[in-house]
Design a protein around this ligand. Structure first.
Ligand code: FES
Length: 585
């Protein structure tokens, strides 16, 4: 498919959506104009200036998003200089580190908040300020459903920490150090020294964790200005990008360039290719599927797998590689990565500028962290998708961060019934575990906890660490941090808490995985599995009221992006924004 810029001016000057609030001589329009005047904005008689919302998720509770507020003045100035009216409003801040059981539980709530803000207020376009993992997809899911002109602006990655003279990436090194501390390879004072060095500044994780992955994914989709998603926090490039974002959203609004006019199924396919070739986070796949469900992509797990064929990981950034996101940005960022993918990327898909990607490419800096498909850092695409009687609707693994010798493996299951059980018994000297065992963690899926926390990188039992074991096959219906690594098979669908086969596994069962062939199977007689299925009892929910109860009732499984069933459009017409204006209020 060839996409040419296809925008016509749908919002003539003086005919914005906000005119529904402000045009006319009656008392209602007058009252609405007075509200605007009271916050410092004169609405002229022609209502000739689009009103641009700035959905700000900065918060003291979330150091990844906190610096977003520093960019507000530049974004506002860009909007004003381009002829718009900026209107800031706060939205909930989803901080990965402090929210329990998981920020994922609240991603869909944020999406509803953003959608309803856009629906109910006189806004013509929006800039979404988000950074930490779930706040980016959550805000964007809401904006896709509202379908007003939208740009995402992220705060960028925090500086690298320094520990004993070496640079330390966020997350990945923490998991390594934790393993070393548990096995007494480092002392208590080194562990404390490590803690002290991690407080190195604000911004998102600086590895190819979920935040970097989803920021690049949104840029690839065409909803962030090209070349800007990886500029680190506190750089002149990011400040410039803030001002440019303010200017660009006004232009998008004048042109009526809504997400539904930018996004195609090709845009979503391209985002998968970016994630497959940058060694992106497994979480980003769930979010991308959720976003596609709100728009017109409807990505499937089969596509995640098939779109990786012929690709390899070409970005040398942790956890698949060695460097940090700062180096990726210096190397040329996403336009340089896409340049290396060449025609494997659908270059006629649009950027947020309304121009095709092929006119927004950059050459990677020679010798940088962006490699070529001929000389990759990993010879295959980042993700493997597995199907079998243990995961009829699929499971996901980041192959590029797994151990080669475990990709084809069979071993006896050691089953943990939930996170508490795992934490209690994992280091029990009596645990009958060997390096060939397969660790199974149940009841940690979207419904199970609820919210599918990042518990899937089950720690290696201490007694095996002492034997020099650094990786094992681990299988769960949980997620893992984008900064994690190891042979961790995640997102098993359907999850155990809704009756998925993972819930039927017992200690000692033989599990077979063949990741290159995309297979995951439980080698137990059919008749025995039927018996277990008849005896299976759903875990009792601890949540009888409020958001968690609503979430458990309506959340979809991971292969469908963990959206809420009632938030997905049921027809193409529902993908279009329905103006909320029903009479005067
Ligand atoms: Fe917020 Fe990583 S914890 S970006």
């Amino acid at each position: 498919m060839t996409n040419q810029p296809k925008f016509t001016s749908q919002t003539q000057r003086g005919n914005f959506r906000s005119s529904e609030w402000f045009a006319g001589d009656d008392e209602v329009a007058l009252a609405h104009r007075v509200v605007m005047a009271s916050v410092g904005h004169e609405i002229d008689a022609q209502n000739s200036k689009p009103i641009i919302g700035i959905a700000d998720s900065s918060s003291d509770l979330n150091p990844c998003n906190l610096p977003l507020r520093d960019f507000l003045p530049a974004i506002k100035q860009g909007i004003i200089d381009a002829g718009g009216i900026p209107m800031f409003f706060p939205v909930m801040s989803l901080g990965e580190d402090l929210m329990k059981p998981s920020a994922m539980l609240y991603r869909n709530m944020l999406s509803m908040e953003v959608e309803e803000y856009l629906r109910s207020y006189p806004l013509d376009g929006v800039v979404l300020l988000a950074n930490c993992d779930k706040s980016v997809p959550g805000a964007l899911m809401g904006a896709l459903s509202a379908d007003l002109p939208t740009l995402m602006f992220t705060a960028g990655a925090r500086p690298a920490a320094l520990f004993q003279g070496r640079r330390v990436g966020t997350g990945t090194e923490l998991w390594r150090m934790w393993s070393d501390f548990r096995s007494k390879k480092i002392t208590e004072s080194e562990w404390k020294e490590f803690e002290g060095c991690l407080n190195c500044g604000l911004g998102s994780c600086n590895t190819m964790g979920t935040a970097s992955s989803v920021a690049m994914m949104v840029e690839a989709l065409g909803l962030t200005l090209p070349g800007t998603s990886t500029h680190p926090e506190n750089t002149q490039e990011r400040k410039d990008a803030a001002y440019a974002t303010g200017k660009a959203i006004v232009e998008m609004t004048f042109e009526g360039r809504t997400p539904s006019k930018i996004l195609t199924s090709g845009s979503f396919r391209n985002a998968v290719r970016v994630l497959q070739s940058c060694g992106g986070s497994t979480n980003a796949i769930i979010h991308l599927i959720a976003l596609s469900g709100r728009a017109e992509g409807n990505l499937t797990m089969d596509q995640i797998s098939s779109l990786g064929e012929g690709l390899s990981v070409i970005v040398d950034v942790e956890p698949s590689g060695r460097e940090l996101i700062q180096e990726f940005d210096i190397a040329g960022g996403l336009p340089a990565l896409i340049n290396q993918l060449g025609e494997r990327f659908e270059l006629d898909e649009l950027t947020s500028l309304g121009t095709p990607w092929r006119s927004n490419l950059a050459n990677p800096v020679s010798g940088s962290v962006i490699k070529s498909l001929d000389i990759p850092i990993y010879p295959k695409a980042a993700f493997g998708v597995l199907f079998g009687n243990l995961a009829p609707k699929g499971a996901l693994i980041k192959v590029s961060a797994a151990s080669e010798h475990l990709l084809i493996h069979s071993g006896k299951a050691i089953v943990f019934n939930g996170y508490e059980d795992m934490r209690t018994r994992i280091d029990d000297p009596e645990l009958e575990v060997s390096k060939d065992s397969v660790l199974i963690l149940k009841d940690c899926g979207p419904v199970g906890v609820p919210g599918m926390p990042e518990w899937g990188m089950i720690p290696i039992p201490k007694k095996l660490i002492a034997q020099g074991v650094t990786d094992m096959v681990r299988i769960s219906d949980a997620r893992m941090s984008g900064t994690s690594f190891g042979t961790c098979i995640l997102h098993v669908s359907p999850e155990s808490a809704v009756g998925g086969p993972l819930g039927l596994v017992e200690d000692g069962d033989m599990i077979e995985i063949d990741i290159p062939a995309g297979k995951i199977d439980l080698r137990v007689d059919e008749s025995e599995l039927e018996r277990r299925s008849r005896d299976w009892v759903a875990p009792k929910s601890a949540h009888l009221r409020g958001w968690p109860a609503l979430y458990q009732l309506h959340v979809l499984q991971s292969d469908e992006g963990c959206d809420l069933d009632f938030l997905r459009p049921t027809s193409p017409e529902m993908r279009r924004f329905v103006p909320p204006v029903v009479g005067r209020s």
